[in-house]
Design a protein. Structure first.
Length: 259
């Protein structure tokens, strides 16, 4: 079990109206795609993908539940607990990689975008959001390569879902790999496109998580665990997984449809 480190928040950056990035000096090194368990004192512990890998390391949180809303109220100098990093990482092999981030899921792939460009890969990034006000990490992605924007309302870039934009791009260019994170229905469409086009694909999954180390079974995903076997899964597994894009589990472990 990874030790719990009590760290001080060094910097808080507002990405959009409901999303903030928390930066801290980490006593560990991590790879793109890995996550940490973040302890909010007196409240809860939740998983967070690392959106910055070098100190000050960082994770990005969308304030939507009790824990993330409490986290959003913290500022510089406040203390939280960090365990990790946990999980596997993205495979960045391939000369030309297409990254697709939807909503806050962009935080899970942006460090991979930067690492792939650093390794000399040709990087194309699709970033999707409901509106232009909710787009995050566009400037970071633009420093690494070509960027395409999709918004549900058409307020910036392609009008429609990111998957629709991806379908157009794969018809125009040859990609060696696709890497995605975002709402699960979006990722299901991305994986379906990749399988149809015979392009290797990886997706970073999110599930309710308690321990982060494969003990509690809360993050069951098909016959795997997101914390121990993921959070990154390849298209071959996802195409056969009955849960992917269809079912998740609530806090009691009950299997419920994804809406």
């Amino acid at each position: 079990m990874s030790d719990l480190h009590i760290i001080e928040i060094e910097k808080v950056e507002t990405e959009c109206h409901h999303t903030k990035t928390f930066r801290f000096n980490a006593p560990f090194t991590a790879k793109p795609g890995q996550f940490v368990m973040v302890w909010i004192p007196r409240l809860d512990e939740i998983p967070m993908a690392l959106s910055y890998l070098e100190n000050p390391t960082g994770f990005t949180s969308h304030a939507q539940g009790d824990a993330t809303k409490a986290l959003a109220k913290l500022g510089v100098g406040d203390r939280i607990g960090i365990r990790g990093p946990f999980g596997n990482s993205f495979d960045l092999n391939g000369n030309r990689i297409l990254f697709i981030g939807g909503g806050t899921g962009t935080a899970s792939i942006i460090a991979a975008v930067e690492e792939a460009a650093k390794q000399g890969r040709s990087v194309t990034t699709v970033i999707g959001a409901k509106t232009k006000e909710e787009l995050i990490f566009v400037a970071r992605a633009e420093k690494q390569g070509e960027v395409h924007i999709a918004t549900d309302d058409g307020s910036r870039g392609f009008r429609g879902f990111a998957s629709g934009l991806v379908q157009k791009l794969v018809g125009l260019h040859k990609f060696d790999k696709m890497i995605t994170c975002g709402p699960e229905p979006m990722m299901k469409k991305i994986v379906d496109i990749a399988v149809k086009e015979n392009i290797p694909v990886q997706a970073s999954m999110e599930r309710f998580m308690k321990c982060g180390i494969g003990i509690c079974d809360a993050c069951s995903f098909g016959d795997s665990l997101v914390c121990a076997d993921g959070p990154v899964f390849d298209g071959e597994f996802l195409a056969k997984c009955e849960d992917f894009g269809r079912f998740r589990r609530d806090q009691s472990g009950r299997r419920i449809p994804i809406v």
